[in-house]
Write a protein that binds this ligand. Structure first.
Ligand SMILES: [Zn+2]
Length: 221
């Protein structure tokens, strides 16, 4: 589950004292050209979007189209994981191979195409997590386990963010998002540490999550 992160900005050169790896430079050059042409940007968005979904054998459903979401919203509210209204309006959720999104895919009037791909990479990380038969039980019963599962998804989002926008959001703000998942202060501290460690590799052009690897491969192809 995730709240979509609101980030914006053009693809830009990476800051820092190291030079970006060759693959990162190739991506920056390729997407600088693509971003100048709106039709090409939308076409490229579709290619990346569909490539990611195909790899994870996942499908996207708009939340407002599904009555099941109403039931889940009430369930999460009762468990004090997420507030009902906030969940219905702003949050994405993944149930096995189905990803429910609160926005229309490809419509960039409220959320940019880059942000949509970042949300997708986060949610796709939850798809294989569902293969573990204990995933739901652990997610619901323990805030520490919930934080652990979300950390992997948040890292996938950071990797996608770096690949697509060329910068990372403030990591403490990313970790604090887990407050809205009912996670405790101690859990959030652990997550922030994990994100900090991950960001060092990401800023050097590294990707460790499956979604990050697939997105990078697609962006380079
Ligand atoms: Zn999540």
């Amino acid at each position: 589950m995730s709240r979509h992160i609101l980030l914006d900005g053009p693809i830009q050169c990476l800051g820092g004292q190291h030079s970006p790896p060759k693959e990162v430079i190739r991506i920056i050059n390729k997407y600088s050209k693509i971003k100048k042409d709106e039709t090409m940007t939308k076409k490229e968005f579709k290619r990346l979007w569909n490539g990611l979904l195909t790899h994870f054998n996942a499908r996207v459903i708009k939340k407002s189209d599904d009555e099941l979401m109403e039931a889940i919203a009430s369930f999460l509210d009762v468990l004090k994981i997420q507030n009902r209204e906030a969940f219905l309006n702003n949050w994405a959720i993944t149930l096995r191979h189905n990803i429910y999104l609160p926005f229309t895919v490809g419509d960039d009037s409220k959320i940019t195409l880059e942000e949509q791909l970042i949300v997708l990479c986060h949610e796709l990380t939850h798809v294989p997590q569902w293969d573990d038969p204990l995933f739901v039980l652990r997610y619901v019963s323990s805030t520490a386990h919930r934080a652990e599962e979300e950390t992997e998804a948040l890292i996938a989002g950071l990797e996608a963010c770096h690949l697509l926008i060329g910068a990372l959001p403030p990591l403490n703000e990313e970790a604090v998002k887990l407050k809205a998942y009912g996670c405790k202060k101690a859990d959030i501290k652990v997550v922030e540490k994990a994100l900090t460690m991950a960001s060092i590799k990401i800023e050097k052009g590294g990707v460790s999550t499956e979604a990050g690897k697939v997105l990078r491969k697609l962006m380079l192809s």
